[in-house]
Design a protein around this ligand. Sequence first.
Ligand SMILES: [Zn+2]
Length: 316
Amino acid sequence: MKIRFFVYLVFFTIGYTAFGQNENNENIDKELFEFIKNPLDTLDTDDKFTKVIIFDDQTWAYFDLGRPIINDSIIDSLWLNDDIHAFSSVELKDIPQEIDLLLVDSLHAFSPPTNGRKVYSRFGTRGSRQHHGVDLPLNYGDSIFAVFDGKVRIVMSSRQTGGYGNMIIIRHANGLETYYAHLSKIFVQENELVKAGELIGLGGCTGRCSGPHLHFETRYQGKYFDPERIVNFESGTLRDTLFTLKKHYLSIYSHYGQTDKQSSAASQRTYYTIKSGDTLSSIARKYGTSIDKLCKWNKMTRTTTLRIGKKIIVRD
Ligand SMILES: [Zn+2]
């Protein structure tokens, strides 16, 4: 590679002569277009957003891939590299009823996170467990891509995350964060800028996992919502360029496919009247929550006697 680069360095003079003379010429694009025959190869530079293109007439030129543009206020606020839950101080009540998020525009693109086109397991409750993202099946070692331009906030190994396995969290220009979990390999570092569609890692089965897949989450201010609200994974496209995030989406009981009324109702506090034979574990299973949460919401302990006819909070 070094020898190759040296050969290209020799072409520097030729290249500079060819392009340098036309620097101030308004017709430069047109002339270049006529002048350039065929790109033969590209070379990496120290800056991943700049490549060197080698042409078949032995000239070369820098090619600027464009740098992700990210508003400082998005990156500066609650930016932590060592804590997944950077937004734990933000409560649901602090979040507006509706937020318009521009997902893509002429400067910001989108890429599906994998080439797979199936959702193997959806967002929502599984008995008393909650699934905060979607599972996309893949083959071990398949490519994982950044979905939007952004900056890498978290790169953690299985040892640090437990269930998530090796994972990446990227904060995006549109204010969202995306989680990529169970990876076998990670190619990016903390605080690195990435572009939509950039290869960030390889799929695998690290952490709590029973077969290779990508666990993918979308979050706003740390609050998860169904990724299928913005991505159509079957076609690998965005559902729309603008996403109106409604506050009631930020609930494990709210998912894509519900009407607004259903989603809103699903996200509300729900009560249940205790009947004969109920146990905390049967109620937790029925409402897709945990015994710990039931105890917390109702200010009781695991040993509190359940009085028949008493109303308790089962969703909050
Ligand atoms: Zn999952």
